[in-house]
Ligand binder design. Structure first.
Ligand code: GLA
Length: 364
């Protein structure tokens, strides 16, 4: 029997960081790089999972709880079954172009490719946005409850709802997801992703610490979340750490809104300034940057990037820079040279042309 093939994109966030779990705004873009899964349904209740990027095959029953990368697959199966879907046993072969640990959401790409493949096997209607949202919600639950990474939901939402050529304005207060045309190539610009190759894992404590600090700041302010808190209320917070964390979230939401205006006006230098300000806020107030991310951002700007910021969860992973297409080689050379000079690992690069959402690529 020939397999059903489905795929889901990695993702890079243009702006709006650590806002999703604070009822806030963000503006992610799906990458052209995808994770692809080929599945064949089985008649028993067994799973056989293999990945071109990982050693060995994981085999077990649909009810088993594997560790490691297989948990992302089993977590999706568990949540879909818990939601009442009659997910069969299956063989899955996974292949990914999304770099792992680069902050480009290889985990969401894996979850969403599997959820989409299973939706294909179950003949769910993927042209229905509500169905796609239900699958995104299942993947978020798999990551939060099953894998145990306390992430905010942006990754799975962009992977399930992206549109080619568009960023997606996500509002985690009202759940809206609005595609926003991003015609960078008309202006001769590209989004260059610089992977510092400093490993980044959201299951270690630092991401969760920031989440708790934001919750504590909202509580100290007597608010259900940090959304729509006035800046002067934030500045009056007694605890300096909570004040800085809240200041980042509140100003970052404003930067997302201003970025939406700048993109609408095709004012790319305004957008670039906002990227720079976002980086400063994450470095100084949210304290989630690191030496390599700061170096990537600074050396990219010095070599011709209009603006740059770290992207994703932080503590490693990638930066994103708005760069004239003609300056991409010189920016890459300059960043690579700066990393070599300071004794860091050689960074990797990719161009984030806004890609498509998760989809079934071929049916058996
Ligand atoms: C990670 C999480 C997201 C989001 C970002 C920070 O990528 O998976 O939910 O919180 O960090 O913006």
């Amino acid at each position: 029997m020939s397999p059903l093939v489905a795929s889901a994109p990695g993702w890079v966030n243009l702006i709006g960081e650590h806002t999703d779990y604070n009822g806030g705004l963000c503006l992610p873009v799906a990458l052209p790089q995808r994770t692809t899964v080929s599945v064949v349904a089985r008649t028993d209740r067994a799973l056989s999972l293999s990945s071109a990027q990982e050693d060995g095959v994981w085999e077990g029953a649909v009810e088993d709880r594997p560790d490691g990368w297989a948990a992302y697959v089993a977590g999706v199966v568990f949540v879909l079954r818990d939601n009442g879907y009659d997910v069969p046993g299956f063989d899955a072969v996974i292949e990914s172009e999304v770099p792992v640990g680069a902050g480009l959401s290889s985990s969401a790409a894996l979850e969403c490719s599997v959820a989409t493949a299973l939706a294909g096997l179950l003949e769910l209607d993927l042209t229905d946005r509500a169905e796609r949202r239900r699958l995104a919600a299942a993947c978020i639950r798999a990551e939060n409850e099953y894998v145990g990474a306390p992430t905010g939901g942006m990754d799975q939402t962009i992977a399930m709802l992206a549109e080619p050529g568009h960023a997606l304005l996500l509002d985690f207060a009202d759940g809206s997801a609005i595609p926003l045309e991003l015609p960078l190539e008309d202006a001769g610009l590209v989004l260059l992703v610089i992977d510092t190759r400093v490993s980044h894992a959201l299951t270690d404590g630092s991401y969760g610490d920031r989440r708790s600090e934001c919750a504590a700041a909202a509580e100290a302010l007597g608010r259900p979340s940090l959304r729509d808190v006035p800046l002067d209320a934030v500045e009056a917070l007694g605890d300096p750490v909570l004040r800085r964390r809240a200041r980042h979230v509140v100003t970052e939401n404003l930067r997302v809104l201003t970025s939406v205006g700048a993109i609408g006006d095709r004012d790319w230098s305004a957008l670039a300034r906002l990227l720079d300000e976002s980086h400063t806020s994450m470095r100084d107030d949210f304290e989630i940057s690191c030496t390599e991310l700061d170096l990537a951002v600074e050396s990219a700007r010095a070599a011709g990037a209009l603006g740059a910021r770290m992207t994703g969860g932080g503590f490693g992973g990638s930066a994103v820079a708005l760069v004239p297409e003609s300056a991409v080689p010189q920016v890459q050379e300059a960043v690579t040279a700066a990393f070599a000079r300071d004794g860091h690992r050689e960074p990797a690069y990719l161009v984030a042309t806004p890609g498509d959402a998760a989809r079934v690529d071929s049916v058996s």
